[in-house]
Design a protein around this ligand. Structure first.
Ligand code: ADP
Ligand code: COI
Length: 409
């Protein structure tokens, strides 16, 4: 037992600033940066730094395995009345599963074209995954409930260390994505990375949540999830952001037969998507009506629900999406935000005071990431727009306890 605890402590002492940090020999954000980088600690030579990324037999072995996906229903039923043994079993599943999933992420980083794989920010994300892989693969076998406590502490730390990954990917690809001729390659990489990361984080958060009693929740599954309430709470947040940026904001109206419905669902991904859609609707409304007298028109959210699916429609009168960009708005890194404001988001992230998700717009990741998440959840994200008038965005999802197949995490 004593030696196990020592190993856990040793692992958790490995902070990214010590083991995972990359020192770059050139300007940090140059688009054409070469691979000239060294690892600060331990300190290998530049050639070792390269083999550090590519010669990793343990990663290859784990990446060759398939992931074991879970349905939301299995999370719900196995998580009910979780005692310490069930929580231990959940941790044992993660101990087997996480190295495999993280090895898949590393394998995808290795397969990126050189110009992308060498970008400092993207290399830093690659490094974060390699580090997580080694830490999680080297945890002592979990056999006792006390082991699980240590393991959960490690998971919490890793979740926190990876919290800026999406912003880092957005920033990295904004600078070098255009150098890749095949834009489908970037899209495939980002769709897979973002959705697989979502799955990994959901599994970790589910395990951590099993250890706490929260009314109307089994782990991450809300048993009385109410879409209307979630819209109201996200709209309150976006209203504050919009007021801070523009000095005004639209009012919000929530209606539809599903707005007061309550059913089992996993709120986190919808929370993200709704926030992005509301920010876009608020921004379009305020910018389109800026300088006109009187209050800006409201944003209306309608929730429609039946036994199989539910749809959340966000309608704005923000002038619509211009014809010439309508087929680009779901592209990664496409944004009509001013370049200066996009840079602002980056420096906000660096100063760690804010992330891009806390600014009204930024890297052009909101819509493509939301589309990838909606599809991952077995749903869809579509829109209708009328130029000069406004837009309707539709998020369609399937019930997890309804008839038919659900997605797998
Ligand atoms: P970002 O908000 O960072 O620009 P998004 O991916 O969320 O990135 O949106 C991409 C672009 O789509 C926006 O810059 C904007 O031009 C357009 N767009 C999105 N939603 C709307 C909307 N409701 N009305 C008008 N244009 C929109
Ligand atoms: C991520 O958030 O990027 C992860 O993969 C989390 C995991 C390392 C625990």
């Amino acid at each position: 037992r004593a030696s196990k605890l020592v190993s856990y402590r040793a692992l958790s002492r490995v902070t990214p600033s010590r083991a995972g940090q990359i020192r770059f020999n050139n300007a940090a954000s140059s688009a054409t940066t070469t691979a000239a980088c060294t690892i600060v600690s331990p300190a290998p030579s530049p050639s070792m730094a390269c083999s550090h990324y590519y010669n990793q037999a343990a990663v290859d072995a784990a990446a060759a395995k398939n992931s074991v996906l879970l349905t939301p229903a299995s999370l719900l039923y196995s998580g009910r009345a979780a005692d310490s043994h069930q929580v231990l079993r959940s941790a044992q599943y993660l101990q087997r599963e996480l190295p495999v999933r993280i090895a898949h992420r590393v394998a995808d980083f290795r397969a990126l074209p050189f110009v992308v794989g060498c970008h400092p920010t993207l290399l830093a994300v690659h490094e974060l995954y390699l580090r997580a892989f080694h830490i999680l693969s080297n945890t002592p076998t979990l056999t006792e409930p006390e082991d699980e406590i240590q393991y959960s502490g490690l998971l919490r730390q890793l979740l926190d260390e990876h919290k800026d990954v999406v912003t880092m990917l957005a920033e990295g690809f904004r600078e070098c994505g255009r150098h890749v001729r095949d834009s489908g390659l970037v899209r495939t990489f980002l769709d897979r990375t973002l959705t697989s990361r979502l799955g990994i984080r959901l599994l970790c958060e589910h395990h951590l949540a099993l250890r706490q009693e929260k009314p109307d929740f089994v782990g991450i599954v809300g048993t009385k999830f109410c879409p209307g309430d979630l819209v109201e709470s996200r709209a309150a947040l976006v209203t504050r952001m919009c007021d801070m940026k523009y000095g005004q904001s639209p009012t919000i109206r929530v209606d539809g037969n599903g707005s007061k419905a309550a059913f089992s669902y996993i709120p986190q991904p919808i929370e993200y998507v709704l926030t992005e859609l509301l920010k876009n609707a608020f921004r379009a409304t305020v910018e389109f009506h800026r300088g006109r007298p009187g209050p800006v028109p409201e944003v209306r959210v309608t929730v429609a629900n039946n036994d199989v699916d539910f749809v959340i429609r966000i309608s704005d009168q923000g002038g619509g999406v211009p014809h010439e960009i309508a087929d680009k708005i779901f592209d990664y890194n496409f944004s009509t935000a001013e370049a200066s404001e996009q840079h602002e988001s980056f420096f906000d992230r660096v100063s760690e005071s804010r992330s891009s998700s806390s600014s009204m717009h930024g890297f052009g990741f909101g819509l493509p990431a939301s589309l990838a998440y909606a599809r991952y959840l077995g749903g869809a994200l579509t829109f209708e727009t009328m130029q000069g008038v406004g837009s309707d965005f539709y998020l369609r999802l399937r019930h997890i306890d309804g008839r038919g197949d659900t997605f797998r995490i």
